[in-house]
Design a protein around this ligand. Structure first.
Ligand SMILES: Nc1ncnc2c1ncn2[C@@H]1O[C@H](COP(=O)(O)OP(=O)(O)OP(=O)(O)O)[C@@H](O)[C@H]1O
Length: 657
C-alpha cells in the first residue's frame, strides 16, 4: 500500500514514541496518548505496518447480531433518527457490540467502495486491540464518549477519518454497545466535532433509556426529572422498583442519584442500597399513588441525596394488576379548601397531608412559619374543610390587641365588670367561637398571666368572663400560629411550657415562599384572588412572571400579594409587565430579550381605587416624584399621569378650599 507524506509523518511520530525518543508528542490529548501507549506496549501493534480494518464473515456477523438482538430491535428508531440528522453532513453511522463489531450500519450507497476501504461497514471490527486507537475501540476501553479525529487514530490507514462514539450502558452500568458517527472528510480542527459529540451522547442516552424501559416493562418504573416539563418526554432518571419500593435497576441518571445518596448517607452494611422511599424521602403509598390518569400524572418529591425537588411519574407494568392502582384507590379524597393551597412542593404536600388527616379532629394545631407564609389562610382552610365548617371561625391577633384589652376581648365581661366597659357587658372572643374554631395568631406574644387563664380554658373547656361567678361551657377547637421559635421563648421564661404542649397537639410548619417549588402556582393564586377582589382582569406578562419567580420574597406571600397589587395599581394598561413591579422585584428578572412579542396598545384604564399602592410609595418617598419615578423605572410625567388618574395630590399642593 503506497503511503502519502502525511501517513509517513504520522508513522514516524508513533515510532519515535515507541522508541522513547518523544515521550509526549506535541498537540495530542492525554486520552489519545494513553491509547497510543497501549497500542505500542500492550497490544504490540506496529505503526510501520498499517492495515485495513478486519471485516467479519457473514456467519460470524450474524452470531454477533443475534447476541444483541433485543438491543438492535429497541435501538432501530434511535439509529435511524440520528442518521437522518447527520447524513446530509457526510457522516455514516455505526452501532457496535461490546466487542467492537459493527452490528448495524447506515451509510451512503454512492460512497460504498470508499466506506468499505475505510472500515466503515457492517461487520467491521473496531476493537482497539486490532484497529488501534479509534473512537469505538477507545470508547470501549475507557467507557467514555470520545472523538477520534484524523491523526489521532493510531493506524495510518485511518488518519483521514473523523469518528465520534458514545457508550450505551446496560441497566447495571456495563458498556453493552457503542454508537458512532464517522465521516471520510472533515475540517482540520478537532473542535469541529464538538457538536457531533453532544449529539451522539444524547442519542446513546436515548437508546439506553429505551432499552431500560423495554427490559423492565413488567416492573413499576419511577421516571423523574428536576424540570416538570421534561418528565414525560425525556425524564433524566429511571428507577425500576419492586412493589415494596426496593430498587431493581436504574438508568444512568438513577444510578447517579443512588451513588450520591450513598455518599451522603454511607450505609452500615456494604451491600445495603437505598429504596425509592429513601431516595425521594417519601412514603411508599405516595409514590405508588401518583395518579395514572387525569391530572398530569406527576408529583413532586425532594431527593434526599441533594435536596432538590424532583418531579416523578410512575410507569406501571402492562397487563398485570398493579399494586399502584390499589394504593391509588386508598389515596385521600380531594379536599379543595386545602388542595388549592399548594401544587408541587414536597414540604407543602406533607403539611397538607397532615392537615387533611386532622381536619375533622379536635386536636389543637400549632402552625409555624415565617411571617406572611399564609398561616392564617391555612388555619381558615383547616376550619373550612372540617366538621366545624358551618360554625364560627374567630381569628385573634394576640400581638395586635393592647395588653390591657386582651383579657376582656378574649374572655368577655359582665355589665359593670370594670370601668370603661360597655354597659351591657361583652361576649368574649372565646365564647364567640363556640362550636367552631378559635385562631390565636402570634401566640408567642400572649402575656404570661393570660397564658395561665387560657390553659384553664383548654383543660376545663370552660370560660370565666370578667365579673362572672360561674363559668360558661365552650366547645372550641384551638388553632394557633407563630413565626417565633417557641422553644426559645420557653427557655427565656416568656411562654409556659405546659401551655405550649397543650397547643402543640400537632404542628404544621409552612415553608418560606423562596423555598417552595410551586411558586408559579402561588403567583397564579394570588393574582387570581386580587383580580376577583377588584373585579378586573390584568394579564401577567411573561417577563413579570419570570421576575416574580426569581425574587427571594423575604416577606413571603404577603409581600408577593403587595407586589402584584402595586403593579395592578400602577400598570398603564390591563397588562402587568416587568417594569410595573416594585423595583426590588425587578433585579433578578431574566433578560428581557425573552419577551419579544410587542404588546398591542390598549386604552388607559379608568381611574380606580387601586392608587393605594402608588399612594403608599409616594408617602414613603415623602412625595418626591423623581424618586418614585426612579423606583418604578418610569418617567416623571408618567408618575404625574398615574397620580392624576388615581386622583392623588401631594399634601403641599392641595387646592385651597
Ligand atoms: N394561597 C394563597 N393564596 C392567596 N393569597 C394568599 C395565600 N396564602 C397567603 N395569602 C395572602 O398572603 C397574606 C399573608 O397571609 P397570612 O396572613 O395567612 O400569613 P401569616 O403567615 O398568617 O402572616 P403573619 O405571620 O404575619 O401573621 C394574606 O393577605 C393572604 O391573603
Amino acid at each position: 500500500m503506497a503511503l502519502h507524506a502525511e501517513q509517513r509523518q504520522h508513522i514516524e511520530t508513533l515510532i519515535r514514541l515507541g522508541e522513547g525518543r518523544d515521550a509526549e508528542p506535541f498537540g495530542y490529548r492525554d486520552v489519545i496518548q494513553r491509547s497510543w501507549q497501549r497500542c505500542l506496549g500492550e497490544y504490540r501493534l506496529d505503526p510501520g505496518r498499517p492495515r485495513p480494518v478486519r471485516v467479519l464473515t457473514q456467519q460470524a456477523l450474524r452470531d454477533h447480531q443475534e447476541s444483541v438482538d433485543e438491543l438492535l430491535h429497541v435501538a432501530r428508531a434511535g439509529v435511524d433518527r440520528l442518521f437522518g440528522q447527520v447524513a446530509q453532513l457526510g457522516y455514516v453511522l455505526l452501532l457496535t457490540d461490546r466487542r467492537g463489531i459493527t452490528v448495524a450500519f447506515r451509510g451512503h450507497g454512492e460512497q460504498d467502495r470508499a466506506l468499505r476501504r475505510a472500515g466503515l461497514y457492517l461487520g467491521a471490527d473496531w476493537d482497539e486491540r486490532y484497529a488501534g486507537t479509534c473512537a469505538v475501540g477507545t470508547c470501549l476501553h475507557d467507557g467514555q464518549a470520545i472523538t477520534c479525529h484524523q491523526s489521532e487514530h493510531f493506524d495510518a490507514t485511518h488518519i483521514a477519518l473523523t469518528c465520534t462514539a458514545a457508550p450505551i450502558t446496560d441497566p447495571q452500568g456495563r458498556v453493552m454497545a457503542v454508537l458512532d458517527i464517522s465521516a471520510l472528510q472533515s475540517p482540520r480542527s478537532q473542535e469541529s466535532q464538538t457538536f457531533a459529540l453532544a449529539l451522539v451522547n444524547l442519542y446513546a442516552r436515548m437508546i439506553e433509556d429505551a432499552y431500560f424501559l423495554h427490559r423492565y416493562r413488567d416492573c413499576l418504573i419511577l421516571r423523574y426529572d428536576t424540570a416538570r416539563e421534561f418528565v414525560h418526554l425525556n425524564g433524566r432518571g429511571l428507577i425500576a422498583i419492586e412493589e415494596d419500593g426496593s430498587v431493581i435497576a436504574a438508568n444512568h441518571g438513577g444510578r447517579a442519584l443512588i451513588d450520591e445518596h450513598l455518599r451522603r448517607w454511607p450505609p452500615w452494611s456494604a451491600d445495603w442500597r437505598p429504596g425509592a422511599t429513601q431516595l425521594f424521602d417519601a412514603e411508599l403509598g405516595d409514590l405508588l399513588g401518583i395518579p395514572g390518569s387525569g391530572e398530569d400524572q406527576i408529583r413532586a418529591f425532594r431527593a434526599r441525596a441533594n435536596d432538590t425537588t424532583c418531579f416523578v411519574t410512575l410507569l406501571e407494568p402492562r397487563g398485570r394488576p398493579p399494586a399502584a392502582r390499589a394504593a391509588r384507590e386508598e389515596a385521600p379524597t380531594p379536599v379543595p379548601a386545602l388542595d388549592r393551597l399548594a401544587a408541587d412542593d414536597p414540604a407543602m404536600h406533607r403539611v397538607l397531608k397532615l392537615a387533611r388527616r386532622l381536619r375533622h379532629e379536635d386536636v389543637s394545631v400549632l402552625i409555624s412559619g415565617e411571617t406572611g407564609t399564609g398561616k392564617e389562610v391555612l388555619a381558615r382552610a383547616l376550619h373550612d374543610s372540617g366538621k366545624r365548617a358551618d360554625k364560627p371561625f374567630v381569628a385573634v391577633n394576640c400581638a395586635a390587641i393592647p395588653e390591657s384589652l386582651i383579657e376582656s376581648e378574649l374572655f368577655g365581661y359582665l355589665p359593670g365588670a370594670f370601668t370603661g366597659g360597655r354597659a351591657k357587658g361583652m361576649r368574649g372572643l372565646i365564647q364567640q367561637a363556640d362550636g367552631g374554631t378559635l385562631f390565636l395568631d402570634e401566640i408567642g406574644d400572649m402575656p404570661l398571666p393570660l397564658q395561665t387563664r387560657l390553659l384553664r380554658v383548654l383543660a376545663e373547656r370552660e370560660v370565666m368572663p370578667l365579673g362572672a361567678e360561674t363559668p360558661v361551657r365552650v366547645d372550641i377547637r384551638v388553632v394557633t400560629a407563630t413565626h417565633r421559635d417557641m422553644t426559645e421563648l420557653i427557655a427565656a421564661g416568656r411562654f409556659r411550657e405546659d401551655l405550649y404542649y397543650r397547643l402543640n397537639g400537632a404542628q404544621l410548619r409552612l415553608p418560606a415562599l423562596r423555598e417552595r417549588a410551586d411558586r408559579h402556582h402561588v403567583i397564579r393564586c394570588v393574582h387570581a384572588a386580587l383580580q376577583e377582589q377588584r373585579g378586573q382582569v390584568w394579564h401577567l406578562r411573561a417577563d413579570a412572571v419570570s421576575a416574580l419567580l426569581a425574587y427571594s420574597w423575604p416577606g413571603n406571600v404577603r409581600q408577593l400579594k403587595n407586589a402584584i397589587a402595586f403593579a395592578m395599581a400602577t400598570a398603564e394598561r390591563d397588562e402587568i409587565t416587568l417594569h410595573d413591579l416594585p423595583e426590588e422585584c425587578q433585579a433578578g428578572a431574566a433578560p428581557s430579550l425573552l419577551v419579544t412579542t410587542p404588546t398591542p396598545l390598549a386604552p388607559e384604564p379608568a381611574a380606580s381605587e387601586d392608587g393605594q399602592a402608588l399612594l403608599e410609595l409616594l408617602q414613603r418617598s415623602a412625595w418626591n416624584v423623581s424618586r418614585v419615578a426612579r423606583e418604578l423605572g418610569v418617567s416623571r410625567p408618567t408618575v404625574y399621569r398615574r397620580m392624576r388618574r388615581h386622583g392623588l395630590v401631594a399634601p403641599n399642593h392641595q387646592p385651597a378650599s
